[in-house]
Write a protein that binds this ligand. Structure first.
Ligand SMILES: *[C@@H]1O[C@H](CO)[C@@H](O)[C@H](O)[C@H]1NC(C)=O
Ligand SMILES: *[C@@H]1O[C@H](CO)[C@@H](O)[C@H](O)[C@H]1NC(C)=O
Ligand SMILES: *[C@@H]1O[C@H](CO)[C@@H](O)[C@H](O)[C@H]1NC(C)=O
Ligand SMILES: *[C@@H]1O[C@H](CO)[C@@H](O)[C@H](O)[C@H]1NC(C)=O
Ligand SMILES: *[C@@H]1O[C@H](CO)[C@@H](O)[C@H](O)[C@H]1NC(C)=O
Ligand SMILES: *[C@@H]1O[C@H](CO)[C@@H](O)[C@H](O)[C@H]1NC(C)=O
Ligand SMILES: *[C@@H]1O[C@H](CO)[C@@H](O)[C@H](O)[C@H]1NC(C)=O
Ligand SMILES: *[C@@H]1O[C@H](CO)[C@@H](O)[C@H](O)[C@H]1NC(C)=O
Ligand SMILES: *[C@@H]1O[C@H](CO)[C@@H](O)[C@H](O)[C@H]1NC(C)=O
Ligand SMILES: *[C@@H]1O[C@H](CO)[C@@H](O)[C@H](O)[C@H]1NC(C)=O
Ligand SMILES: *[C@@H]1O[C@H](CO)[C@@H](O)[C@H](O)[C@H]1NC(C)=O
Ligand SMILES: *[C@@H]1O[C@H](CO)[C@@H](O)[C@H](O)[C@H]1NC(C)=O
Length: 752
């Protein structure tokens, strides 16, 4: 404590402070007999910090403060009597009654006191440490020291290395920063920076009560909104134990001089003393517009680099489209349609985001993510969930009720939280993972190859459920428990890639319960992958053909499949702006969901035409023999009527349980089509019916369907009904059906 009398320290003292008006005393301690007067200062033992009286601006007000000792720019880091200055130089800081530190003015009136100590015996002293902490201790007669009070427990506007921002829960102490009122006035300002404990701990930067910036909750590794970036200067830490919850940091190199300061303008700044010359700001919060609290309003995501930066969550739409168009986002987004709760819904994953604020939430730190999902699904007001803790495989459950506020896409997010947002089934598979510069043409979500690989066990052969010309199809299970079908296109297949693009562009715009839903796609180098909703009952192909003794579809199921496929086709042909011709309708492209509802799949060959252009000619005839209309197979002309032809074949196949192409009958050379036509002319159409079908069914309905099938496969496209008249015929028994004319392609056999 006598250290400043050494020649070395005296030298430092003289060279650094020779111009300063203050005269320093020679110790780092205040004792009962050694107060600090206005013309005196304390200097810490290692000459790092100094304590004394100072003025701010032009005012004659005097404050007791602590500042860096060894730098030429006076930088105050702590003030005792910020709201109770001394007028003039009469102030003294000393040990007062009961052992408290007090500041008294010329009249002996105490303007400020630590107000905590109550010591009746022993020796009380205050010491300024090299950390910048002023510590009041009570040394008892037996030599043990007891901390009565310390300045680090009562922060000002600056967080120094080793200080704690946050809670000592044992005594209910909350340490937080408060800004100066303005640059000349150290009195209590409007800006605060606090650790708050609602739900999971978060740091809040506020102006009075309103939030300027929010760190996001601690996820076990970092604050969700402030990913730890490799930092050459400080080591931050966050401690959450039963007794304490606090943020703190240490400098990596002891010779680094740095401080985090709450600026009265409303920012938190990290300053670095640079190369012995000046302070520079190396980081600031808010750092960008997306850091501003609730920038995009409820139920929206903020993304730097997007134009505009705000976009609604999947399933939500701007509350005020007019404001939204004017870049006023504060009213945020609302649900497009109410959820069909508890049926028909699921979750989409939002990756690498600052998780929503905990306005209305529920948390359990031991639940698994699956339990969390189940818990959220059970309550219709639950809107999202996530892991509370991402350490290891993740644990805990944090879920939200109602609006989701203040979500931002992180810029750097190597390890970050995924939030699962509740959506309607029809929105499943859309994610909010939109790429920068996205517009309307990015409706289809791009998925991570890594996720898909994981979901399919690395495209394991055990997961393979189908194989086609353009690639293989695998069954997969996503991390959020959704079954998917993954079509992996053959590599290096030029035709495959065209079909891939085609399918993506077309089907993205299509949504109908009788069309298979494309959930997303992924292009990664040579790897091209399409992800569909999974159809547990596989393709119609495997259900109607072959010997399925005791396992055959009943008539009601067959009829529903016929009607469903017709509805799907109608949607394609009568799509609002464009007519879409599938060009490859066949039994293997009709898939069945868990309730045997049919869904048309495989749009790789589909073509869109405007309504006035329903006939097209193509050089390259694609499709499947056996289902192709004559005008298409021979002349390359296709239209919606070529799909009707394929539909007719499909109807006859569904009724007979036999394939058109591989049809063999001992008494003739006809294909299934020719066979049906022959039986029809002989008035024996019912002989076509699948022998494996159960024995009771309405014969008139089946016969009607045979007649409809034959109408669809008539030779001339003009004679074939449109798919809307087909539906009418199927659904209304009272419609009289015309007599079918000769079908196309009833004798020919194709070899391909
Ligand atoms: C500070 O001022 C007081 C009078 O107000 C004087 O007694 C004391 O010696 C001064 N201290 C120093 C270090 O100059
Ligand atoms: C402080 O005083 C200087 C010179 O007297 C003057 O230029 C400046 O405006 C004053 N600042 C304030 C905040 O009053
Ligand atoms: C401070 O003291 C001076 C004279 O000692 C007086 O003129 C001035 O009004 C005082 N200011 C305050 C704020 O008390
Ligand atoms: C200090 O201790 C005395 C005697 O033990 C007691 O009367 C007084 O209330 C205490 N004051 C405070 C502020 O705790
Ligand atoms: C010293 O005395 C204090 C009470 O004044 C007591 O609490 C503490 O346990 C004692 N310490 C030792 C090492 O005896
Ligand atoms: C913050 O609160 C203070 C005191 O109530 C008030 O004077 C000030 O205007 C408020 N600031 C803002 C920005 O509302
Ligand atoms: C700490 O910084 C000083 C000054 O920049 C440098 O000389 C020293 O090598 C650094 N120490 C370490 C351990 O990096
Ligand atoms: C507040 O921030 C501004 C802008 O960075 C800076 O110029 C000013 O020095 C800061 N004030 C304090 C007290 O750090
Ligand atoms: C540090 O200061 C020295 C001398 O003023 C200068 O030569 C050097 O370039 C500075 N380094 C940095 C990183 O600013
Ligand atoms: C601050 O924002 C800039 C520009 O958006 C970005 O490059 C940088 O990574 C951000 N820094 C942090 C710590 O988030
Ligand atoms: C949290 O979840 C676990 C596992 O489901 C359960 O055992 C525990 O009771 C839950 N705790 C609370 C407070 O709900
Ligand atoms: C759903 O959660 C809300 C908010 O916690 C609660 O008020 C409501 O009772 C819950 N409903 C059910 C059915 O659990």
């Amino acid at each position: 404590m006598e250290i400043l009398y050494s020649p070395f320290h005296f030298f430092i003292f003289i060279t650094l402070l020779s111009t300063a008006a203050e005269l320093s005393r020679s110790a780092d301690m205040i004792t009962l007999f050694q107060p600090v007067r206005d013309n005196e200062t304390l200097v810490s033992a290692g000459a790092k910090f100094e304590l004394g009286f100072f003025s701010a601006g032009n005012s004659s007000n005097r404050y007791v403060g602590i500042w860096f000792y060894n730098i030429p720019v006076k930088t105050v880091v702590w003030v005792a009597n910020r709201d109770d200055p001394i007028n003039g130089s009469s102030g003294v800081l000393r040990i007062g009654r009961g052992g408290n530190l007090v500041i008294v003015d010329g009249t002996g009136r105490a303007v400020w006191s630590t107000d905590t100590a109550n010591v009746t015996s022993g020796t009380v002293a205050a010491q300024l440490l090299d950390s910048g902490n002023l510590v009041l201790t009570d040394e008892s007669n037996n030599g043990s020291r007891n901390i009565l009070w310390q300045s680090f427990d009562h922060p000002f506007d600056t967080l120094l290395a080793g200080m704690k921002l946050g809670w000592d829960l044992r005594i209910g102490l909350n340490r937080y920063l408060t800004s100066w009122r303005d640059s000349d006035d150290p009195s209590t300002g409007d800006i605060t920076y606090k650790v708050e404990l609602q739900g999971l701990p978060q740091k809040f930067l506020r102006r009075n009560a309103s939030v300027i910036e929010r760190s996001g909750p601690w996820d076990g590794i970092q604050f969700s909104g402030l990913p730890l970036s490799p930092n050459a200067i400080i080591n931050p830490e966050f401690v959450t134990i039963a007794q304490e919850v606090y943020y703190s940091y240490q400098v990596i190199n002891d010779s680094t001089i740095t401080r985090a300061v709450l600026n009265h303008s409303g920012t938190l700044q990290r300053w670095l003393w640079n190369n012995n010359t000046q302070w520079t700001v190396i980081h600031e919060l808010p750092n960008d517009s997306c850091d501003e609290y609730a920038k995009c309003g409820p139920n929206a995501v903020c993304r730097i680099g997007d134009a505009p930066i705000c976009s609604c969550l999947t399933g939500y739409t701007p509350k005020s489209p007019q404001e939204w168009a004017m870049f006023v986002w504060s009213s945020g987004c609302v649900k497009k349609k109410p959820l069909n709760c508890p049926k028909e819904e699921g979750f989409v994953k939002l990756k690498g985001v600052k998780v929503p604020d905990m306005l209305s939430y529920w948390v359990n730190t031991s639940m698994s993510l699956d339990e969390c999902r189940t818990k959220c699904l059970k309550n219709c007001t639950c809107t999202a969930y996530t892991n509370a803790d991402i350490v290891g495989k993740g644990s805990g459950c944090l879920l939200w009720y109602g609006d989701l506020l203040d979500i931002r896409k992180l810029i750097q997010s190597s390890r970050s939280q995924n939030v699962f947002i509740r959506v309607m089934a029809s929105d499943l598979g859309k994610t909010s993972e939109v790429q920068a510069g996205s517009g309307d043409n990015f409706e289809l979500p791009t998925l991570d190859l890594e996720d898909i690989t994981r979901a399919t066990n690395s495209f394991s052969s055990l997961n393979k459920i189908g194989e086609g010309g353009s690639g293989s199809v695998y069954k997969g299970l996503t991390s959020d428990g959704i079954q998917i079908a993954v079509k992996r296109l053959s590599q290096n297949s030029r035709q495959g890639f065209d079909e891939f693009k085609n399918e993506v562009l077309l089907i993205t715009r299509l949504q109908h319960r009788n069309l298979v839903k494309l959930l997303g796609c992924c292009i990664n180098g040579e790897e091209k992958v399409l992800v569909y909703e999974y159809m547990p009952n596989g393709s119609l192909n495997s259900l109607i053909f072959g010997n399925r003794e005791g396992n055959s579809l009943v008539w009601r199921q067959r009829f529903n499949i016929i009607v469903g496929v017709a509805r799907g086709l109608l949607y394609l042909h009568r799509n609002s702006r464009l007519s879409i011709i599938h060009r490859d309708l066949k039994a293997s492209n009709v898939l069945l969901d868990g309730e045997m509802n049919p869904k048309i799949s495989d749009f790789g060959m589909a073509r869109a035409c405007r309504g006035d252009q329903l006939l097209e000619k193509t050089e390259r005839v694609v499709g499947t023999y056996g289902y192709m209309s004559p005008e298409y197979a021979i002349d390359g002309i296709f239209s919606i009527k070529s799909d009707v032809f394929s539909f007719g074949i499909l109807v006859l196949e569904i009724i007979s349980g036999r394939r058109n192409r591989e049809f063999h009958q001992h008494d003739h050379n006809f294909n299934l089509l020719g066979h049906a036509w022959k039986l029809w002319l002989q008035g024996k159409a019912t002989e076509l019916i699948d022998k494996q079908m159960e024995d009771s069914f309405p014969m008139s309905e089946v016969t009607r369907c045979i007649q409809i099938g034959l109408l669809c496969v008539q030779q001339s496209p003009e004679q074939r009904p449109t798919i809307s008249s087909v539906l009418l015929m199927l659904e209304s028994e009272s419609t009289t059906l015309p007599q079918p004319k000769q079908p196309g392609f009833y004798t020919e056999r194709f070899n391909d």
